[in-house]
Design a protein around this ligand. Structure first.
Ligand code: NAD
Length: 247
């Protein structure tokens, strides 16, 4: 599916990002595995990608820091010679009710989850414009569509990602760069493990399909949007949420 194509996945040392990196590698893409924390975990993901017979390496960058992102995109294009697919997956939560939410928690979530997408899309699209093709897939959340008490910062950032996706889709369409989003619902990862049992139980009640999603179910939707099968789609959001939100 992706033979000869190269992809960068942000925040890919665990969870959904890891599943995306492995899914793209299994479909033949060379993969750059971005991380901001543990180099060892990211290197393990890169090694698992190489086991699929593709080229892969890990690359450090805090997506919230412009200089880090510029250096990362340079390293990817230096190593691979091109950049065809950017998956903006890196994300954090700093949950609290608004009255208790500290400004630093607001800023940290907006900086990583929204500004990070801006930095990565800006730097990557310079290269994609030269190539006159590219695919950008942004990982939003159903929380960005429906809101969630205790997640004002996260829902604002994820809703912002949807607006950014649509604007970039329009801006980049003449250059043959498609920009789409995936909005996962409640997916079993280390991020959701942090939720208390009561919240997990009430979230489960709101899922018509009656179970949590798996990271690889999100990864498959991302793979589709990153592929030629989605050449005539741009500015769209695929919800992978077991039916939590229906329009
Ligand atoms: P996770 O916490 O397991 O993984 C997030 C990854 O992003 C980690 O590897 C982390 O190191 C990395 N990261 C964080 N800040 C970074 C930064 N500044 N620069 C680079 N990397 C950074 O979470 P996950 O559940 O795998 O979530 C992945 C994405 O999916 C996130 O954007 C999240 O908001 C979104 N999402 C998750 C769920 C869910 O239920 N798990 C639902 C909807 C959306």
């Amino acid at each position: 599916m992706f033979n000869g194509k190269t992809a960068l996945v942000t925040g890919a040392s665990r969870g959904i990002g890891k599943a995306i990196a492995l899914e793209l590698a299994a479909s033949g893409a060379n993969v750059a595995v971005n991380y901001s924390g543990s180099a060892q975990k990211a290197e393990e993901v890169a090694a698992a990608c190489r086991d699929q017979g593709v080229k892969a390496f890990s690359v450090q960058a805090d997506v919230a820091v412009e200089e880090d992102v510029k250096a990362m995109i340079k390293e990817v294009t230096d190593q691979f010679g091109q950049l065809d697919i950017l998956i903006n997956n890196a994300g954090i939560t700093r949950d609290n009710l608004l009255m208790r939410m500290r400004e630093e928690d607001w800023d940290a979530v907006l900086d990583t989850n929204l500004k990070g997408v801006y930095h990565c899309a800006k730097s990557a699209s310079r290269q994609m414009m030269k190539q006159r093709s590219g695919k950008i897939v942004n990982i939003s959340s159903v929380v960005g569509v429906m809101g969630n008490a205790g997640q004002a910062n996260y829902s604002a950032a994820k809703a912002g990602v949807l607006g950014l996706t649509k604007s970039l889709a329009r801006e980049f369409a003449p250059r043959n760069i498609q920009v789409n989003a995936v909005a996962p619902g409640f997916i079993e990862t280390e991020m959701t493990e942090e939720l208390d049992e009561k919240t997990q139980e009430s979230l489960l009640q709101s899922i018509p399909l009656g179970r949590l999603g798996e990271a690889r179910e999100v990864a498959r939707a991302v793979r589709f949007l990153a592929s030629g099968d989605a050449d005539y789609m741009t500015g769209q959001t695929l919800q992978i949420d077991g039916g939590m939100v229906m329009h």
